[in-house]
Design a binder for this molecule. Structure first.
Ligand code: ATP
Ligand code: LTN
Length: 334
């Protein structure tokens, strides 16, 4: 049976190869297998401070990136989260059935709030409830994401089960779809932490729009280890991460890659990896530049996407309100 696919990406920071390999590229490859919906989550973006003048432009830029990566607006729906108000409304209702204890277990909040200390907003804490609303509004079956989002998708599933058992069958139970390889691309400078769009040292992050010279420089500076042996070994996070990136861009098997670099030095491996990444990203960068020349077109696509999907979201929201008992009873007389 065909399931609905939904995923989201924040319109913030540098779009990096972790976002591309674990999320955007896979969305494009599998989009025709199911009904696919991709959302640029600007309401999630404002959980940390954003420059108001830049945020709208970032929405367009992210849409340009999704299109450049091959997401076809004839096949999939692309839209901006804040253009469909049912997301925020359902998030509130879900807030009222999610136990605090579940939210307190969310690892991403613990990590991100560390960075922002006492400035961390209530929205940042509540982020998973909004994400659950995104997913459940469309009766989503499959949620393709990177490893860092697994816990949030599981929360969405738990919320769906809790709602269904309290109010009767309403939501589909969603499942995370996480790639076997590359579900967690690590930082180039600190390969013990995931590469991240925001708050990272520039040299830690390989941006999909980085020009060739920058890609070369960042990869050459990437942290490895003193062992000088080019082998897939998760115990050696630096070289392992670079090999995984090579594997994903080359589509070669692990054995073939290890054989190719047997007895060779890290410098040669890194140089070849850089060229592989540069060539892999070249068509995407060219398409992105082309698309960004006509921002009116991207804007219209996003509005059409929101218009197409809004009735689905509102349909679910109305069912939910009815079940929860919000609004007025049907009154007799005028
Ligand atoms: P931030 O670090 O600011 O939270 P982000 O890089 O995690 O940003 P998101 O917009 O939150 O970017 O995530 C978009 C998608 O990219 C999600 O599916 C997420 O799981 C995936 N993703 C993010 N970082 C990585 C990574 N380092 N490796 C693999 N996938 C990743
Ligand atoms: N929290 C996600 C982005 C996101 C999302 C979603 C992903 C918001 N809503 C719904 C999947 C489904 C992140 O990548 N940080």
């Amino acid at each position: 049976m065909k399931k609905r696919v939904f995923s989201g990406i924040q319109p913030t920071g540098t779009i990096h190869i972790g976002n591309y390999l674990a999320a955007i590229r896979r969305w494009a490859i599998t989009q025709a297998e199911h009904e696919s919906i991709f959302c640029i989550v600007d309401l999630h973006a404002i959980t940390v401070p954003q420059e108001p003048k830049l945020l709208k432009a970032k929405n367009l830029e992210m849409a340009g990136m999704l299109l450049a990566a091959g997401i076809d607006p004839e096949v999939s729906v692309i839209f901006v989260q804040s253009r469909v108000s049912a997301h925020a409304e359902l998030a509130w209702i879900l807030n009222c059935i999610i136990p605090m204890g579940w939210m307190l277990r969310m690892i991403q909040f613990k990590e991100k709030s560390q960075r922002h200390k006492e400035q961390a907003s209530t929205g940042l804490f509540d982020y998973p409830a909004l994400m659950a609303a995104d997913i459940l509004l469309y009766r989503t079956g499959l949620v393709p994401v990177g490893e860092d989002q697994r816990q949030h998708v599981e929360l969405a599933r738990d919320v769906a089960e809790r709602f269904n058992s309290r109010y009767g069958p309403t939501f589909e139970l969603p499942e995370a779809v996480i790639p076997e390889v590359g579900s967690r691309i690590m930082g180039l400078k600190d390969p013990t932490k995931k590469m991240s769009k925001t708050g990272d040292d520039k040299d830690n992050v390989l941006g999909v729009l980085d020009p060739p010279d920058q890609i070369r420089a960042k990869i050459m500076k990437a942290v490895t280890d003193p062992l000088r042996e080019i082998r897939f070994d998760p115990e050696r996070p630096g070289i392992h991460n670079l090999l995984v990136i090579y594997e994903l861009f080359s589509a070669e098997g692990r054995q073939a890659i290890e054989q190719r670099f047997a007895g060779k030095g890290y410098a040669q491996f890194k140089a070849e990896l850089a060229e592989m990444v540069i060539e892999g990203l070249r068509p995407l960068q060219a398409r992105f530049c082309e698309l960004m020349k006509d921002q009116g077109y991207i804007g219209r696509l996003l509005e059409e996407g929101a218009d197409r999907i809004r009735p689905v979201a509102e349909g679910t929201l109305n069912t939910v309100k009815e079940k929860v008992g919000l609004g007025l009873p049907v009154l007799r007389g005028s």
